[in-house]
Design a protein around this ligand. Structure first.
Ligand SMILES: [Zn+2]
Length: 330
């Protein structure tokens, strides 16, 4: 039965991945500008979350739980994804890592600890290796081995994983079943509009879909994307994304007012209709134009606090939503 919430809910999830999210598309050297100040960006983001009482889910790539390449190589799964397109696999790259100066762009052991110790923050998984579940060649055994390794490295840091965000939002019923068998009970699904469908990289990045997703951040193409939680057959709770928090763009800065209004009006709708509004981004999206991006985020969080005062909107992590939900229906 649809778990009607008693109030609107503001949910935030962050895909926390450093270089592992783009290793198939960019060189580390070309990505360093986005990661140069990532630690201070994350600290400032955490400070804003504390100030505005935001509960957030940090979907963290398992590789980040190590402190250096040797530690990482100790924690790798035995079975590796058998991608038809080898460039999707980070394992050859892992095997040759040696420059200790690169560690700060590849590992985040202490930072994860800091996030986990901040009030109301959940550490979730973004798979061990930034695994693409829908790419050719990836077998159920590969998925199981990858997720088991991710759960294991987190457990070694004293963290229990119960939520997942799938890399490039690629997932299948089979993948969800594997998650469930490993004790993961909540995932971030996609917006229902066609441009956000779960597809392999080539189909997802078709130019029409890409342009539609870009425009949708500024003008209302896909609607408000707010919703009530619905039970699913596999008993995994789907907490779909409402919006990607697209970073500030100098070229499109004249549209910033549209971007802000689009998000705020969807949030207001969620608050009034007691629905969920789920915003997501990557911490490295704030790596360039950091102050502009943090200011924009603060505007969104202020709006959330106003809706919280006026309509009782509450902020919840994905795991808080799933424990309320399973508590509510059983
Ligand atoms: Zn990712």
């Amino acid at each position: 039965m649809g778990a009607m919430s008693e109030s609107g809910v503001f949910t935030v999830s962050l895909d926390f991945e450093f270089y592992w999210g783009v290793h198939d598309k960019r060189t580390l050297a070309s990505f360093k500008p986005s990661l140069g100040n990532i630690r201070s960006v994350i600290e400032e983001t955490l400070a804003l979350f504390e100030q505005y009482e935001v509960h957030a889910t940090w979907a963290t790539v398992g590789f980040l739980f190590s402190a250096n390449p040797d530690e990482l190589r100790e924690s790798l799964p035995q079975i590796r994804p058998r991608y038809a397109h080898q460039e999707y696999s980070p394992y050859d790259y892992v095997a040759q890592l040696k420059d200790p100066n690169d560690n700060e762009f590849l590992f985040a052991k202490n930072l994860i600890k800091k996030i986990a110790e901040t009030p109301n923050q959940e550490i979730a998984t973004h798979t061990m290796s930034h695994l693409y579940l829908l790419e050719d060649g990836v077998e159920p055994d590969d998925v199981h081995a990858d997720l088991s390794a991710a759960i294991q490295v987190a457990a070694e840091s004293g963290i229990k994983i119960t939520s997942i965000v799938f890399p490039r939002n690629q997932f299948s019923e089979e993948g969800l079943e594997i998650c469930k068998s490993l004790g993961i009970n909540c995932y971030r699904g996609n917006q229902s509009f066609f441009a956000y469908n779960s597809l392999d990289n080539a189909a997802y990045n078709n130019p029409i879909r890409k342009l539609t997703r870009l425009l949708d951040c500024y003008v209302n193409l896909s609607g408000s994307n707010t919703y009530s939680l619905q039970p699913e057959n596999n008993e995994m709770l789907n907490v779909p994304a409402s919006f990607f928090l697209r970073p500030y763009s100098k070229k499109l800065q004249f549209l910033e007012g549209f971007r802000s209004r689009r998000l705020k009006s969807a949030m207001t709708k969620a608050a009034k209709k007691k629905e969920i509004f789920h915003l997501w981004w990557h911490p490295h999206n704030f790596g360039l134009n950091s102050q502009k991006n943090l200011q924009f985020l603060e505007g969104i969080l202020k709006h959330y606090r106003a809706l919280s005062m006026k309509h009782g909107m509450a902020s919840r992590t994905m795991s808080e939503l799933s424990s309320n939900y399973t508590g509510g229906v059983s």
